[in-house]
Design a protein around this ligand. Sequence first.
Ligand SMILES: NC(=O)c1ccc[n+]([C@@H]2O[C@H](COP(=O)([O-])OP(=O)(O)OC[C@H]3O[C@@H](n4cnc5c(N)ncnc54)[C@H](O)[C@@H]3O)[C@@H](O)[C@H]2O)c1
Length: 384
Amino acid sequence: MRLALIGCGGIAGAHVRALEDLWNRGVRDLEVVATCDVVLERARERAGELTKFQKKQPRAFASLAELLASGLEIDAADICSLHSEHHTLALPCLQAGLHVHLEKPLAITLRAGQRILDAAVAAQRVLAVGENYRRSAHERATHWAIHQGRIGQPRLFFWQDVGEGLGKWGWRNFKHAAGGGWMLDGGVHFADLFRYHLGGEAREVYALTRHFEPYRYDSPKERQGAYRVDVEDAALALVRFDDEVVVQWTWAGSAPGQGFNKRVLYGSEGCLDWESGWHGRDGAQLSRDELLAEYLKSLGKEEEEQLFPGGTRDAIAIELKDFADAVRLGRVPEVDGEGGFKAQAICMGVFESGWCGRPLSLQEVERGEASGYQDPLDKALGLI
Ligand SMILES: NC(=O)c1ccc[n+]([C@@H]2O[C@H](COP(=O)([O-])OP(=O)(O)OC[C@H]3O[C@@H](n4cnc5c(N)ncnc54)[C@H](O)[C@@H]3O)[C@@H](O)[C@H]2O)c1
C-alpha cells in the first residue's frame, strides 16, 4: 500500500519507527511514498528516516494540496497532525479517493468528526482511527481475562490519574487547536479502553470540569515565563455503561503535593488492577506479567500472527498493519471511524456535562443536542 505520511511531528516519528519495525520483520505491506508537513524541513527529515530502510525515498511536500495535485500514485494517507487539522486533512484525502488512517482523536469536535464519517461513507473508503493503547500485549491480556470471566460480571471501573503539570505543551494548551486538555488528548485512549474492555457502550455521563490554573510556565517551579491557557486542568466524571457498569474517571493536572494513579476494574468475582494484576475474591492472585504469560500461551499461531504481526509488540505497527489488511481484504479495521467517534463522544460528553452542569445521555451528545462547549470551536472552524 502506497502511503502518504501527513503531519511529520512527534507521533509521526513513532509511526516511522513502527513501519521500520514491520519492515525489518519482513512485514512489508506498507511503503511511504510521500511525506507532508507545513514545515517542509520536518517532511524532509521523516523522508530521510524512511529512505534508510525502505531504500526508496518518499517525496516531501509542504502542503496536502500540492501533494494531491502532484500526480503521485497514492493509496492511503496516515494523518498525524494536531487535532484542529484532522478534518481539514482527512476530508480532501477521502474525497481524492484515499483510504485514511487518522491519529486519535477522530476530530477536534463531534461535528468535525461526523463530517469525516460522512466523507468516508460517500467515498467508500476505509477509515481507521489510531487507537494503539488497546493493542499493547498487557491490554490484550486484560481484555482476555475479563472475557474469560476471571472477575465475573464487571461492576465498577476506577480510572484515576491525579497530579500536577504546569509546564507549557504547545498547541495542546489551547482549545482552538486541541479541542480540550488531557481529558481528550490522553482521555480518548482511555475512553476507547473502557469500550474495549467492557464490551458495551457508554449511555450517560455526569462530570465536573475545572480550570484552576490559568497559566502554564517555562519554569513551573518558579512560575516564570507564563502564557495563559484555556483547556481544563481537572475533570471528575461518572460514566454509566451498558449493564449498569459505572466508570469513575478522574484526571487532574492541578493537584500539587502527592499525586496518585489508580486503575482498577471490579467485577462480581474479583478485580483487575492495572498495577498489581488479577485478584480473585478467594485471595488468589496473578501479577500482570503472569496474566500476560497465560494469555500468550492461550493463543493459536494464526491468532498470534494477527495480533502481533511478525512478532512485533509495537502497538502502532500493529494498528498500521491492521489498517493495511482492512484495505487489502475490504474489511472493517478494528477501530473504524464509528469506534473513534464513540470514544471521542465520551470525552466530549465530559466537557459538555461540565459546561451545562447536568448529566447527559450519550445520545444527546452524539446527536449534537448538547454542544455548548463545542459550539464556539465549530463556529471558529466554520462548521456551523
Ligand atoms: N497514539 C498516541 O499514542 C499518540 C501520541 C502522541 C500524539 N498523538 C496524536 O498525534 C497527533 C499529532 O500529535 P504530535 O504530538 O505528533 O504533534 P506535533 O505538534 O509534534 O506534530 C504535528 C505536526 O503536524 C504538522 N501540521 C500542522 N498542520 C498541518 C497541515 N495542515 N498539513 C500538514 N502538516 C501539518 C505540524 O507542523 C507538526 O509537524 C495528534 O492527533 C495527537 O493526539 C497520538
